[in-house]
Ligand binder design. Structure first.
Ligand SMILES: *Cc1c(COP(=O)(O)O)cnc(C)c1O
Length: 412
């Protein structure tokens, strides 16, 4: 009888290794750890970030603009690097706006989305001259007042909560009742209010969801988003200049997951660009990506403090854990906990011989970085590496929980 093996992690090949050491930005891991001065730390590889953007551009039609959604990784040096590579930055708070502006992003190409923008944030956005994605009727008079007071135009797009969902998405952010954007059926009324208030209407923003590895679902969502935008454009006070179709491109984290095939997405976007020539002749088509641009370029590195055996199960206790990397612990929106790919970064040539659970120093069983994973035999002092850690890492983790030191971050 045929026995079926459980799926394995796709081998992680983005980082090379040399003499048994993982290499980040040309630096062997133990030397990098010495340079950082302490563990745990996140390391992001500049050349991988650059390569990812180049690869994506090669797969997409040149007319499509690429934005970086910086909530995926707001480290200022990384945002500065990304700002030189992409066409614009999407921010989700006034705090992120400050980082994007400091990073040298062109305000003309910064957009601001998010429910619950405060009056102060809206005023800051108008003063900065960026594009504001309106997500509520409440924002209209506040933006009009800020524009009047500052003697500046309030540039707006309408964030639409579509009447469809992104299928097979890790996290749905559109369709059905949502706190994001304005329901498609209310958008004509919102557009009228925007026109009446004298805001400068520039276009639409649709974002259906995150972490999708099925090109056919992304294609379907982009087609439906485009069709919806064309329909809503009939109610707009001025021509659509900017159509942000969202993103949602996923990266493989778990056993059995494969990298996203960009070819059908590129072909579909080329088709949309073509249709837009006649349907929305002034519109620039934009996609906004966070995780896909930065996720695979980052590692989380922690040091083994202790090794112990409990009733047959070996535990590697590290100085890093859930407080720095909530996603890898499985507690950032995952329904079923699965292991992120991991390695012993200073024993890359050793065979996987030991089944271990890698846990952090927190007094909670949730603090688990790898559950019963087969790795090379590791000892205290060794460096455990979690791959696919460039997105939703440090800034998405409860660093104050249990009072351990904050995590370090380096861009190499
Ligand atoms: C979070 C977010 C993104 C980025 O999502 P990823 O899955 O990281 O690509 C893009 N746009 C908006 C509006 C978001 O809220």
């Amino acid at each position: 009888m045929e026995t079926r093996k459980p799926p394995a992690h796709t081998p992680m090949t983005q980082f090379a290794s040399h003499e048994g050491e993982l290499v980040v930005g040309g630096i062997p891991l133990t030397r990098l750890a010495a340079r950082v001065g302490r563990t745990p730390f996140y390391a992001y590889d500049r050349s991988l970030l650059t390569a990812r953007v180049q690869q994506l551009r090669a797969a997409l039609p040149p007319a499509v603009k690429l934005h970086y959604a910086m909530k995926a990784n707001p480290m200022p040096a990384l945002v500065g690097h990304m700002a030189t590579l992409v066409d614009g930055i999407d921010v989700a708070s006034a705090g992120e706006l400050m980082v994007a502006l400091d990073a040298g992003a062109d305000p003309q190409e910064i957009s601001f989305a998010g429910p619950g923008k405060t009056e102060t944030e809206l005023r800051q956005a108008v003063a900065a001259g960026i594009l504001i994605n309106v997500e509520s009727f409440r924002e209209v008079p506040l933006l009009a007042a800020a524009a009047k007071e500052l003697g500046m135009p309030a540039r707006v797009a309408v964030r639409v909560n579509p009447d469809f969902e992104l299928k097979s998405s890790g996290m749905k952010m559109g369709g059905g009742p949502k706190q994001f954007g304005v329901d498609a059926e209310q958008v004509p009324e919102l557009l009228a209010a925007i026109g009446k208030a004298g805001l400068v209407f520039e276009g639409f923003h649709l974002f259906a969801g995150s972490q999708n590895l099925k090109p056919e679902s992304i294609v379907e969502a982009q087609q439906k988003s485009f069709a919806l935008a064309c329909k809503l454009a009939e109610h707009a006070p001025s021509p659509v200049k900017f159509l942000n179709l969202g993103g949602g491109f996923g990266i493989p984290y778990f056993p059995g997951e494969q990298i996203l095939d960009l070819a059908p997405i590129g072909a579909n976007l080329a088709d949309i660009v073509d249709q837009a020539h006649t349907a929305l002749p002034q519109a620039e088509i934009v996609i906004e990506l966070g995780r896909y641009l930065v996720g695979e370029a980052g590692l989380y590195v922690s040091r083994v403090i202790d090794k112990k055996v409990s009733r047959g199960q070996t535990y590697l206790v590290t100085d890093g854990g859930l407080h720095h990397h909530l996603s890898a612990s499985g507690n950032f929106g995952q329904v079923i906990r699965k292991n992120y790919p991991a390695a012993v970064g200073n024993r890359m040539e050793a065979a996987d011989t030991e089944n271990v659970s890698v846990v952090g120093p927190l007094c909670t069983p949730l603090d688990l970085l790898a559950d019963k994973m087969t790795l090379p035999a590791a000892e205290p002092g060794d460096l455990v590496v979690i791959y696919q850690s460039g997105a939703y890492g440090a800034s998405a983790s409860p660093q104050g929980f249990l009072g351990h030191p904050a995590v370090m971050e380096v861009l190499v």
